[in-house]
Design a protein around this ligand. Structure first.
Ligand code: NAD
Ligand code: GDU
Length: 346
């Protein structure tokens, strides 16, 4: 096995990046985090990992960090991620996801970085005419978020051809859950992701959960997504890094399990895990949402030998719920026997 390089994780104080940091550490790979803490939090970075606080748009600062820590590989998670916000504020997305990635790629090439793994998204496919979605499905984003990521993919391909940078483009579908060992999770209080919002509603941290759109052309009228556990996704990054270091060349893979769940199915899973009904409100469609995104997930298994360990919506919900309790301080419900005793005593 070739020696693995020191990895700079941009966005490593965020949700997925912090899980990737854990997976790299667990694999014994040295790691440094670069993050401006705009949505990420310092506490998400383990004590024994260096956090360089900075913006990827500050290329001089970035170049110094790459030199100082002898970085040879970058995992690039930093970005803006909310589809509906990208419709309202498209230039924020072209700035942070496209323009800042351009500066990062340029800096990496000038500093001799050999490998880059990029967080792309299923949103690059838009509303595909066929399902499941393979990596060869045409890319036609329907929102600025997806367009901003697709442009970065193109820059990476061109930069790779011209400058020999090895690139791994990972197109994530819907990421959910938290580290099963309880070391990390999604920390953004105002997060918009379905499972995060649903467990917050289950814990009484939100009054209700809205179902955005009930009239889609899907079996129960709600949107369908391919949810992937964040720890399986983090492991895929370590495998992708090994692949680039050992084989060179480029990689483009969907990151998903290859099966879809509707919004209502996800909410039923939350109710099954908590044993309580959720306060659900039907609401109008949300801007920029495609009706269904389900991956063909064969390539990632074949090329990387990826074997997911957490392929279950219930496990995503359970781990997300445990993390939400941990950060919010909402205690676990008493076991039903305890509740019965309390009632009898009163
Ligand atoms: N969450 C999902 O379901 C999902 C799906 C597909 C793709 N992605 C992609 O994965 C990546 C990580 O997403 P996440 O869910 O962990 O989001 P997140 O908001 O938790 O993490 C993003 C991190 O990047 C940092 N950041 C943002 N802009 C920065 C900048 N200019 N300079 C330095 N740091 C900056 C933030 O502080 C944060 O720590 C993003 O690129 C996102 O587009 C996420
Ligand atoms: O409170 C909510 C939140 C979400 N939804 C619905 O649940 C589905 C999933 O929505 P999320 O906000 O959890 O995720 P998105 O599919 O909008 O987007 C996520 O996955 C994409 C890839 O599929 C992108 O990469 C993006 O970064 C990431 O946020 C959508 O149909 C949405 O309308 C609700 O009904 N109520």
């Amino acid at each position: 096995m070739s020696e693995l390089p020191v990895v700079l994780v941009t966005g490593g104080a965020g949700y997925i990046g912090s899980h990737a940091v854990l997976a790299l550490k667990d694999a014994g790979i040295p790691v440094v985090v670069y993050d401006n803490l705009s949505t990420g939090v310092r506490l998400a970075v383990p004590d024994d990992v260096t956090l360089v606080e900075g913006d990827i748009g500050d290329t001089a600062h970035l170049a110094r960090a790459i030199q100082e820590h002898r970085i040879a590989a970058v995992m690039h998670f930093a970005g803006s991620i909310v589809v509906s916000e990208s419709v309202e504020k498209p230039l924020k997305y072209y700035h942070n996801n496209t323009q800042n990635s351009l500066g990062l790629i340029d800096t990496c090439i000038k500093q001799g970085v050999r490998h880059m793994i990029f967080s792309s998204t299923a949103a690059v496919y838009g509303e595909p005419e066929s399902s499941p979605i393979s990596e060869d499905t045409p890319t036609k984003p329907i929102n600025p978020y997806g367009a901003s990521k697709l442009m970065t993919e193109q820059m990476l391909r061109d930069a790779s051809a011209a400058h020999g940078l090895n690139i791994g483009i990972l197109r994530y579908f819907n990421v959910a859950g938290a580290d099963p060992a309880g070391r990390a999770g999604q920390n953004t209080p105002a997060a918009t992701h379905l499972i995060k919002v649903a467990v917050q509603a289950a814990l009484g941290l939100r009054d209700s959960i809205s179902v955005f759109g009930t009239d889609y052309q899907t079996p129960d009228g709600t949107c369908i997504r391919d949810y992937i556990h964040v720890s399986d996704l983090a492991d895929a990054h370590v495998l992708a890094l090994r692949h680039l270091v050992e084989n060179g060349g480029n990689l483009l893979v969907n990151c998903a399990y290859g099966r879809g769940f509707s919004v209502r199915e996800v909410l039923r899973a939350v109710e099954a895990v908590t044993g309580e009904p959720l306060p659900v409100v039907d609401a109008p469609r949300r801007a920029g949402d495609p009706p269904a995104l389900v991956a063909s997930a064969d390539r990632i298994r074949q090329v990387l030998g990826w074997k997911p360990a957490h392929d279950s919506v219930e496990e995503m919900v359970r781990t997300a719920l445990a993390w939400e309790r941990h950060i919010s301080g909402v205690p676990d419900r008493p076991a039903s026997g305890d509740a019965a005793q309390t009632r009898q005593a009163s």
